[in-house]
Design a protein around this ligand. Structure first.
Ligand code: AHR
Ligand code: AHR
Ligand code: AHR
Length: 517
């Protein structure tokens, strides 16, 4: 070993300039690469002194060093389970694992793993005082892209929820905590309660202040709520709070209906809580409220119990719907600077929509209308009315109700990724499904038969134009109008609606712009 002839200062300067050159070289070579890989949300919160005690995501790692599983799926065909992990440590979900494992059958998400060392894994929620046992979410109902990769979010259609009872390290009895989730403003309703955060140890309402969870939806619990939502609210038990008074004190908070929304709640457990929201695709966070705890007794101080809930209320009120991509809970009240750094990491992910199914305009997440192509009916659209699917003439001067009834959100097929399902525009969480061969609009109940009845596989229209939709579980039957009612019909058969006359025209549809975007 030879001693360096260079004086110490010069050595130090040289190595500093070498490091600088290295950094500049990396930046020049990879202008799009940020420091994100070394500072994911839980790294940022840890650096600010408020470490994550829970970190859940189906899309990506939330610690740069995390290399474990993100979630577990269970398939219907044989009840087997597998874990979906990451493409690289600190990276994105390896969704191909799920696609291969679930090919030809259906899968539900059975566990969302906690990436923190606390192991606060979320499993399917059991019965509570306000709702029977929940189902897991269909594993492939919410395809999106993150970091340029095809991944899946978790799409809740009601009677779906997860829980960790008595989490490790989660705030209890007035301790401070923070939390955020990335959710969506396009799949929401006004039922109780699409929540992520702190809940009771028993699945029951044990009183004011026993919850501290982010709520996202259009349920206005305390008047006033401004605009039409959905709003980021604090479910502190027995109320979805927008301020210490309950209702909103902020007329500019009209909600956030962006496709990807950052929803944030923090609470010092004693005399302060704050709510923020932001567009998870770009920009910063807006503080909707920052101030005192609710004035009603029980909330100051708080009485959190330290369980974690996702998708339902604390007592398993499970009428709500929603979307979940990622979320964390911290120990301690995060600083605004840490929240801002986390939001900037979230926007760097580039959450976005998936690619179209079968080409053309059937892009999951887009809203469409379906117009009949039979000459005598070609101003009629598939709409629901009194829960049945029928066709009605809809024009630009039709009522807002007729327009909304005839607008449908395309979803990746609930039973097959290469097919589609149609979610009602004005009854989110309800889907077009057949029952006794007739099409109805009904709430997704999580059962395998519902998923199959609500899945339709597109192909070129049988009359040579537009698109025809084969029933997934009755593949020789196609969506057809007959006497202005909508069925799945075969080309000739025992039912009146299976009539071969005009069949090819009646099963051909124009997929077009929605009457209600
Ligand atoms: O606080 C709102 C809801 O009220 C809670 O989520 C639920 O436990 C109770 O029904
Ligand atoms: O399908 C439910 C409702 O029934 C529709 O919104 C309305 O048109 C009819 O009253
Ligand atoms: O529509 C045909 C069948 O009728 C459906 O698969 C089932 O839900 C109902 O029994």
């Amino acid at each position: 070993m030879s001693r360096s002839p260079l004086p110490r200062l010069r050595r130090a300067l040289l190595s500093a300039s070498a490091i600088l050159a290295l950094i500049l070289g990396v930046l020049v070579a990879n202008p799009g690469v940020s420091q994100a890989a070394s500072s994911l949300p839980c790294d940022l919160y840890a650096a600010a002194g408020t470490p994550c005690v829970a970190a859940h995501s189906t899309t990506r790692a939330l610690f740069a060093s995390y290399s474990g599983a993100l979630y577990q799926v269970k398939r219907a065909s044989d009840g087997a389970t597998t874990d979906v992990g990451l493409l690289t440590a600190g990276g994105y979900a390896n969704a191909a694992t799920q696609d291969t494992f679930c090919s030809g059958t259906t899968c539900v998400i059975t566990v969302i793993y906690d990436q923190s060392s606390r192991h606060n894994n979320l499993t399917i929620e059991g019965a509570g005082t306000a709702g029977g046992a929940d189902s897991g979410v269909p594993a492939d109902a919410l395809p999106v892209t993150a970091g340029g990769h095809a991944v899946y979010g978790a799409s809740f259609s009601g009677v779906m929820g997860y829980r960790k009872t008595a989490g490790s390290g989660v705030a209890v009895n007035g301790q401070a905590e923070g939390m955020y989730m990335v959710t969506s403003g396009t799949h929401v309703n006004n039922r109780c309660c699409f929540d992520y955060g702190n809940a009771e140890v028993t699945v029951a309402d044990t009183g004011n202040g026993h919850m501290d969870a982010i709520n996202f939806g259009t349920e206005c619990w305390f008047s006033p709520c401004y605009g039409s939502g959905p709003w980021v609210q604090a479910d502190l038990e027995n109320g979805l709070f927008q301020s210490s008074a309950g209702g909103s004190q902020n007329t500019s908070n009209t909600g956030n209906s962006a496709p990807f929304v950052t929803a944030l709640l923090k609470n010092n457990g004693q005399n302060y809580f704050a709510l923020k929201n932001g567009n998870a695709q770009s920009g910063g966070l807006t503080t909707q409220y920052a101030g005192a705890e609710p004035t009603t007794s029980g909330y100051s101080p708080m009485h959190q119990e330290g369980s974690i809930v996702l998708g339902t209320g604390g007592d398993n009120s499970n009428g709500s719907i929603g979307s979940f991509f990622e979320g964390v809970m911290t120990s301690g009240l995060p600083t605004d600077a840490a929240d801002n750094a986390v939001q900037s990491n979230i926007t760097s992910v580039g959450y976005g929509g998936p690619s179209p199914v079968a080409g053309g305009s059937l892009t999951p997440g887009s809203t469409i209308s379906l117009r009949a192509l039979t000459a005598a009916s070609n101003t009629r659209y598939i709409r629901h009315q009194n829960n049945n699917a029928v066709t009605s003439v809809v024009t630009s001067s039709s009522s807002a109700l007729d327009k909304a009834d005839s607008s449908w959100i395309v979803r990746r097929g609930l039973a097959s990724a290469s097919c589609v399902s149609f979610e009602s525009r004005n009854y989110p969480g309800d889907f077009l499904r057949h029952y006794n061969y007739q099409l109805l609009r009904q709430p997704m109940d999580g059962t395998s038969v519902f998923r199959q009845d609500a899945t339709f596989c597109p192909s070129t229209g049988k009359n040579g134009t537009g698109t025809s939709f084969a029933s997934y579980n009755y593949p020789t039957r196609f969506i057809r109008h007959y006497n202005n009612t909508v069925y799945i019909a075969s080309n000739g058969g025992s039912n009146a609606w299976d009539s071969a006359t005009s069949w090819a025209d009646d099963v051909s549809w124009s997929v077009g712009q929605p009457w209600t975007p």
